[in-house]
Design a protein around this ligand. Structure first.
Ligand code: ARG
Length: 486
């Protein structure tokens, strides 16, 4: 339809090469809505007549219910929809739809409408997953487990504390996406191909009709930029790395060696040959798909970094990366949430692992610090206790008084004090004494759970308000269309 300046048509292979029609199915509805707002604005500003507007809007309404033919010879959804409108409304009216706009402002409008919807979906999914983490944490405030650094046992901790750590990371992912929405929800419509138009359009009116909070003012910026896409995908790439880390822990913890957790059957896969297998494939795929999304971010950044200012067709390529990033991350969150709600936690095994090591060493050192002994000295004493216990393959409370005496050699510390402290220090006492803000201590769990529960509710309220604002705007647009075409 657009090839008036050009002689020959594209060959089939070239058409397939340039066409984005398959990727465009994701934005077809937004393209129709954007066109409807544009046509209403043209009519309200007396740029086209009521009769023409009516015919175009009727045609667009009917297209909403049709399945658009992705095998058509159109280069993209914008061409396809315009040609169908002309077919239905006639050239005299339908031919006026594309007045004072370009595919360049159109395509970025559609992408923005798609991403803002996906952000709202992701925000809800994130809150659901965080809620699942917090609710599991509620049930495991007394479940003792080893905490690791370098994958070596470090301190005694609580499973609730572990879960809340991931909840906090996901809250940050929520913030990043929630904030990215502000840069996404601005309208580029009416920017034209790059430099605006001589026709007296009203860009603020179409922005309002489509539920945008503002406008991308500069028409060059509006049509050229995809930084809002990069911001969105980067936020998801970070989110996915957070999910991937949880996945890695759970894969490890469901091994026979760890046995800290057992995934429910619906989140595992069998082996084609080994009948006993229950593989954590779904979690492994979260790790694998995270790599793919990091790849999408790289593809998008590489596309935009070298592009001269103004629309370039390279930008067409980033659409499939956006859609797949949205889809994968939404699924990953839905799956993780359900997995968390059905996971079996092996409290006994976690506790056993904690007791089999010398995790109270730091607690012993800290108790000596409270007796005004320098930490560096107490660290040395506790280290010597662990070394002797390890060498004679026993726990700290089985050390003899001679061994304890040896540990304080060269210091002024009384060995009876050390012996008293060893006797009264257990993983449980350690968790009772751990009172620092945000620590694994028992009392901190209660406070953090209460605080995070309130935070989830507040963020839900904000998300719902945002969704309502959007659906109210689109309902008002629908009403306007109905009023005009009835
Ligand atoms: N199919 C194109 C895309 O997805 C639409 C814009 C085309 N504009 C142009 N001047 N060729 O980016």
């Amino acid at each position: 339809m657009y090839r008036s300046r050009l002689g020959n048509d594209l060959s089939d292979i070239t058409l397939e090469y340039v066409s984005s029609i398959k990727d465009d199915s994701e934005i077809a509805l937004f393209d129709i809505l954007g066109s409807q707002a544009h046509v209403l604005m043209l009519q309200e500003n007396k740029i086209i007549s009521k009769i023409d507007a009516k015919k175009i809007l009727v045609a667009l309404e009917s297209l909403k219910k049709e399945k658009l033919d992705s095998s058509s010879s159109a280069e993209d959804i914008h061409e396809l929809i315009e040609s169908l409108v002309i077919k239905k409304a006639g050239m005299a009216s339908g031919g006026k739809m594309h007045t004072a706009r370009s595919r360049n402002d159109q395509v970025t409008l559609d992408i923005r409408m798609k991403i803002r919807n996906d952000i709202n979906i992701l925000c809800n999914c994130l809150l659901d997953t965080i809620e699942a983490l917090v609710s599991l944490a509620k049930n495991h405030q007394k479940t003792i487990m080893p905490l690791y650094t370098h994958l070596q046992q470090a301190q005694a901790g609580l499973f609730s504390h572990y879960l809340l750590a991931h909840a906090d990371a996901l809250f940050r992912d929520f913030d990043r996406l929630y904030d990215a929405y502000k840069h996404v929800n601005e309208s580029p419509l009416g920017a034209g191909p790059v430099g605006g138009t001589s026709i007296p359009i009203d860009r603020h009116s179409t922005a309002k009709m489509l539920g945008f909070d503002g406008i991308v003012e500069n028409s060059i910026d509006a049509t050229s930029t995809r930084d809002f896409v990069a911001e969105y995908i980067a936020a998801i790439a970070i989110l996915m790395t957070n999910l991937s880390k949880i996945a890695e822990d759970f894969v490890l913890w469901s091994t026979a060696e760890f046995s800290f957790i057992e995934l429910s059957d619906e989140f595992t896969s069998p082996s084609s040959v080994m009948p006993q297998k229950k593989n954590p494939d779904i979690l492994e795929l979260t790790r694998g798909k995270t790599a793919e999304i990091i790849g999408n971010l790289t593809a998008i950044l590489s596309t935009i970094k070298g592009l001269s200012t103004g629309y370039g067709r390279d930008l067409q390529q980033i659409k499939s990366s956006i859609w797949s990033t949205s889809k994968t991350s939404i699924s990953a969150l839905l799956i993780l949430k359900s997995m968390l709600l059905t996971i079996k936690v092996n409290d006994k095994q976690m506790k056993k692992a904690t007791n089999s090591s010398y995790l109270i060493a730091l607690d012993i050192a800290e108790k000596l610090v409270l007796k005004e002994i320098p930490f560096r000295t107490t660290h040395k004493i506790a280290g010597s206790l662990v070394q002797q216990a390890h060498n004679s393959k026993k726990s700290l409370n089985k050390l003899t008084s001679a061994e304890i005496k040896k540990s304080v050699e060269g210091t002024k510390v009384n060995p009876t004090t050390v012996s008293e402290i060893i006797k009264t220090t257990t993983t449980i006492s350690s968790l009772q004494d751990r009172i620092s803000f945000g620590s694994s201590g028992y009392s901190e769990q209660k406070r953090m759970i209460k605080n995070r529960t309130k935070k989830i509710n507040d963020l839900r309220t904000n998300t719902t308000k945002r969704e309502n604002d959007l659906s109210n705007a689109l309902e008002a647009l629908d009403q306007k269309i109905s009023n005009l075409i009835k």
